[in-house]
Design a binder for this molecule. Structure first.
Ligand code: C2E
Ligand code: MG
Ligand code: MG
Ligand code: MG
Length: 283
């Protein structure tokens, strides 16, 4: 019962309680300890295959659960960790959690699904990055095909040649590459032309716009992006699906996957197993 109570604690620090600087100092002072004592948890959110109407994969989203039961969401610490370099360790830790989970499914005779892990810019450009990933799939003896790396389109702004080399190297090893939050920032057709990604995630802002009554232009643009991706053999995910109406809309676009609160919020990996993985036993 005490646990129930602890679980319902707030999901963010109130900016009026701690000024940003104080909060940053506090988080920075605790991050290494938090990593070592496993305060970072991998939550999972299902990705629904719209063609088969079944579970098509999951996205790993980090939650910082402090020992006092307070849960801190990534928007409150990822930008800080990107600045101070800690993201590299955290992202690698999350890949390890994903590999571990897939290994656990396989060991239990549960048909595994792929897990997508977010990779910050500093992680992606870390010199040891590819080797570190290879060591992890090797350690847990899982097919790299089941790990998708989500990168942000902002990465493509810098050195697109260098980025493409990285992507191709990772794909040669078997990893899947997804472009996250497409349409939220500097998206350009050049990105699509030059980068040989496997998957495109249309930013939830797109769907919000298109869901507004009478916003025909946004609807047309989404449809064309999905078709364009399709022609380039890039699979598409629409994020932020919250309503039945939005789900019907993304189906009408012909996109491959949907992700959002309409299907499920991100849940703890234990909860995820109970809801989605138990009936995949004995495949
Ligand atoms: P993202 O990768 O674009 O992840 C999707 C975000 O949208 C998640 O927020 C998810 O909880 C939220 N979301 C899912 N469905 C819906 C919906 O229907 N409506 C709305 N309004 N939101 C929805 P979250 O978990 O707070 O993560 C925020 C961002 O933090 C992520 O955006 C990602 O960029 C970053 N992040 C999360 N985990 C990691 C990580 O392990 N490493 C790195 N580098 N970044 C991470
Ligand atoms: Mg993501
Ligand atoms: Mg996203
Ligand atoms: Mg995002």
């Amino acid at each position: 019962k005490a646990k129930e109570k602890r679980r319902s604690r707030i999901c963010f620090y109130d900016a009026s309680l701690h000024e940003t600087m104080k909060l940053e100092n506090y988080l920075e002072g605790r991050m290494q300890y938090a990593l070592e004592t496993r305060e970072f948890h991998m939550f999972l959110q299902p990705k629904i295959n719209l063609k088969t109407n079944s579970l098509g994969g999951a996205e790993a989203l980090v939650r910082w659960v402090e020992d006092n039961g307070v849960v801190i969401c990534p928007d409150q610490f990822i930008p800080l960790f990107e600045k101070n370099g800690f993201c590299v360790q955290l992202d690698q830790y999350m890949v390890e959690c994903a590999c571990q989970k897939i290994r656990e499914w396989i060991d239990k005779g549960i048909e595994p699904i792929g897990i997508a892990v977010n990779q910050s810019k500093s992680t992606f450009y870390e010199s040891d990055h590819i080797d570190a990933l290879c060591r992890l799939v090797e350690k847990y003896q899982i097919p790299p095909k089941l790990i998708t790396l989500e990168i942000l389109e902002g990465l493509a702004m810098e050195n697109i040649k260098e980025l493409n080399r990285k992507i191709e190297q990772l794909q040669k090893t078997g990893f899947q590459i997804s472009m996250d939050d497409f349409g939220s920032g500097y998206s350009s057709l050049n990105t699509l032309a030059k980068l040989k990604i496997n998957e495109l995630k249309l930013d939830k802002g797109f769907l919000r716009e298109a869901s507004l009554e009478g916003n025909q232009r946004s609807k047309i643009i989404m449809k064309q992006i999905v078709q364009l991706a399709d022609c380039l053999s890039i699979s598409t995910v629409v994020e932020g699906v919250e309503t039945k109406k939005e789900e019907s809309f993304i189906r009408s676009l012909g996109c491959n996957y949907g992700q959002g609160y309409y299907y499920s919020r991100p849940v703890s990996s234990k909860e995820f197993d109970i809801r989605y993985m138990e009936d995949r036993r004995g495949y």
